[in-house]
Design a protein around this ligand. Structure first.
Ligand code: HEC
Ligand code: HEC
Length: 358
C-alpha cells in the first residue's frame, strides 16, 4: 500500500496522520459531501459489522480512542494496514465490547456516551475489578476565590505578562525553527513555522518527506506527499486557531464569548479556567496560570459515540523574544497521538512573502 512503498515514516508519524488522512474512506477523497444526511461508517468502510450507524467522520477518532483507552497500538486489533481484514481475536472481542458499551449507554444513560472503553479499561488491556489497596491521595480542587476574577482581569493580566499590547502590536511576523519531539523522546523531526498577521505555515520534515499545515487567512490546508487531504472541520479549526493565536491581543475577537469557570490545578500550579466560544461556535477551555498570568493550556474536543475526542495544547517555558514572551515548548495531545514542539530559534519581524501561505 501507499504508506509502505512511497513514504517511509516513523510509526509515530503513521499514527499521527492516520486520524486525519488514511481514514478518509475510498471515494470520498475528491467528492465534496454537501448532502445534509450524515454519511455513516457502514456506508463508506469495507467491513463494518457493529459501527454501522456511526458518522463516518468519527471512525478515525474512535480508533484512536480505542487504542488510547486500552494502551495499545492499531496492530493490537489489526494486521498491518489491512484494516478491513478480520482474523484477530482482539478485533472480535472489541466488536463485542462495542455492542456492550453501546447497550449500557442505551439502557442506562438515554443513549449518551457516559460509559466508554476508558471507563473500564483506563489505559489497560485488562480492566482491574478490585479497588487499589494503596491509593495515592489526590489533592482536591483548590479553594475557590471569594470574589471571582473577571474575564477582563484574566485577559489583561495575560497580555501584561506577555509584555503588553503595545509591544505585542509591534510584532507582525515570526519565523521559527523548531524540532518536533515524538512521545518516545528520541525521535525528532525538524520543523519550520511562519506566522504573519492571521496567516500560518508549518513544515515538518520526516526523512525526505515534508508535511505542511497552512492557513492563508481564509482556508486551512494540510498536505502530505502525493496525497490530497480533505480536512475534517475540527482539524481545519485547529490550524486556523494556530494562526489566530499568533495575535494574543485579539483574544476577545477570536473568542467573542468568554466566561470564568473556576480555579483548578495543572501540574500542581493553580490556573484560572475560562470557557470560551469562537465565532464559529467552537467551545475551547483556556487555563491561565494564576500567579504568572500566562496561558498554560488550551483544550477543545469533538464528540464521538465513545466519548469526547480531546485536543489539548500545553504552553510552557515562556521566554522573551522581540520584547514579548513566547512559549518555547508546546505540547500537543490527543488520544493516542502526542508530540512536543521545541522552539530552537524565533526571528521576529523577518520579511515573509504572503505567497508563502498560499
Ligand atoms: C481494540 C481494538 C481496535 C484497535 C486498537 C483499533 N481498531 Fe480499528 N477496528 C476495530 C474493529 C472492531 C473494527 C470493525 C468495527 C465494526 O465491525 O463495526 C475496526 C475497523 C477499522 C477500520 C475500518 C476498516 C474497514 O474498511 O472496514 C479502520 C480503517 C480502522 N479500524 C483503523 C484503525 C486504526 C488506524 C487504528 C489505530 C489508530 C485502529 N483501527 C485501532 C478495532 C480496533
Ligand atoms: C463495563 C466495562 C467495560 C467496558 C465499557 C469495555 N470493556 Fe473491554 N473488557 C472489560 C473486561 C472486564 C475485560 C476482560 C474480560 C475477560 O478477561 O474475560 C475486557 C476485555 C477487553 C478486550 C480483550 C483484552 C484481552 O486481554 O484479551 C478488548 C480488546 C476490549 N476489552 C476492548 C474494549 C473496547 C474497544 C471497549 C470500548 C468499545 C471496551 N473494551 C469497553 C470491560 C469493559
Amino acid at each position: 500500500m501507499y504508506l509502505q512503498t512511497k513514504i517511509k515514516v516513523t510509526a509515530v508519524f503513521v499514527c499521527a496522520v492516520f486520524a486525519c488522512v488514511f481514514l478518509v474512506p475510498k471515494g470520498m477523497m475528491q467528492t465534496q459531501t454537501t448532502t445534509p444526511q450524515t454519511v455513516t461508517a457502514g456506508q463508506k468502510f469495507k467491513n463494518i459489522k457493529v459501527l454501522n450507524d456511526m458518522p463516518v467522520d468519527q471512525l478515525g477518532k474512535v480508533m484512536n480512542i480505542f487504542s488510547a483507552s486500552l494502551g495499545v497500538n492499531c496492530n493490537y486489533c489489526h494486521e498491518g494496514e489491512d484494516f478491513e481484514k478480520d482474523g484477530k481475536r482482539e478485533k472480535e472481542t472489541a466488536r463485542n465490547m462495542i455492542k456492550m458499551t453501546l447497550g449500557i449507554n442505551k439502557d442506562h444513560f438515554n443513549g449518551r456516551p457516559q460509559v466508554t472503553c476508558n471507563s473500564c479499561h483506563n489505559g489497560h488491556e485488562q480492566p482491574t475489578n478490585v479497588p487499589n489497596l494503596s491509593p495515592v491521595e489526590e489533592p482536591g480542587r483548590p479553594a475557590q476565590p471569594t470574589t471571582k476574577p473577571t474575564v477582563d482581569q484574566i485577559v489583561d493580566k495575560y497580555l501584561t505578562a506577555l509584555g503588553g499590547t503595545e509591544k505585542l502590536g509591534k510584532i507582525t511576523s515570526l519565523a521559527i525553527t523548531a524540532t518536533r519531539v515524538e512521545p518516545n523522546g528520541k525521535t525528532t523531526e525538524p520543523e519550520m513555522i511562519w506566522y504573519k498577521g492571521n496567516k500560518y505555515l508549518s513544515m515538518t520534515t520526516y526523512g525526505k518527506d515534508v508535511v505542511t499545515e497552512r492557513f492563508d487567512g481564509t482556508e486551512a490546508i494540510k498536505t502530505i506527499p502525493a496525497h490530497d487531504i480533505t480536512l475534517k472541520p475540527d482539524e481545519a479549526e485547529r490550524i486556523k486557531r494556530e494562526a489566530e493565536l499568533f495575535s494574543p491581543a485579539n483574544l476577545k475577537t477570536i473568542y467573542p464569548t468568554m466566561a470564568f469557570n473556576r480555579v483548578d490545578r495543572i501540574d500542581g500550579r493553580e490556573v484560572n479556567i475560562i470557557v470560551a466560544t469562537t465565532k464559529s461556535n467552537i467551545r475551547e477551555v483556556l487555563s491561565f496560570d494564576v500567579e504568572t498570568g500566562l496561558l498554560a493550556r488550551r483544550t477543545t474536543s469533538t464528540p464521538t459515540m465513545f466519548g469526547r475526542f480531546v485536543y489539548q495544547v500545553d504552553y510552557d517555558d515562556y521566554k522573551v523574544v522581540g520584547g514579548v514572551k513566547m512559549p518555547m515548548t508546546v505540547k500537543y495531545s490527543m488520544p493516542n497521538i502526542r508530540w512536543t514542539r521545541k522552539i530552537i530559534e524565533a526571528k521576529v519581524n523577518a520579511p515573509i512573502d504572503d505567497a508563502k501561505f498560499r
